[in-house]
Design a protein around this ligand. Sequence first.
Ligand code: 4NP
Length: 182
Amino acid sequence: MESNSELAIVHSGAGKPIKVLMVCLGNICRSPTAHGVLEKLIADRGLIGRVAVDSAGTANYHVGKHPDPRSIAAASLRGVDLSAQVSRQINSQDFEKFNHILAMDSENLSSMLADCPQQHKSKLQLLLSFNKQGSLSVPDPYYSADDGFEEVLDLVELACEQFLEYLIELHSLSALRENFAQ
Ligand code: 4NP
């Protein structure tokens, strides 16, 4: 898997891929999980090259570090590999470069709204707004027990499935034949 600082574009296909950025505070727990989960769903749906995913943190506390070992372990049990990702902080170019920027919680969203140029603000959404019910924020698991990491995965998996359906519809995405895993 590519590092966090590169978009995971394997095929460019017809046209440019839709670019999605997952954002949390530290970019070592929730957004790397969302990044990995969405990448797996994209691969499962034969959409590699149609949708590219990256992640970042609003803070710089953990820049250059791999995801929290508890996130890596929990995701691995669900077939999602986070181990090659590297934390980075969101920057002003990200607001231009990405088509969809999904915050893990309302504080991440407020923080980005404060920095995002007006013309790009409509790109910002809460990931859990794609879940039909429940909380809109993914709870921060960093200071929690291991079950906090399971809860992150439960919430993120559901939301990413719904988000991908939304993307497919919105951008009329179809699978690249050579990527489609039967
Ligand atoms: P994340 O979790 O935002 O999901 O990556 C956190 C990681 C580290 C810290 C806070 C949240 N921290 O304060 O160091």
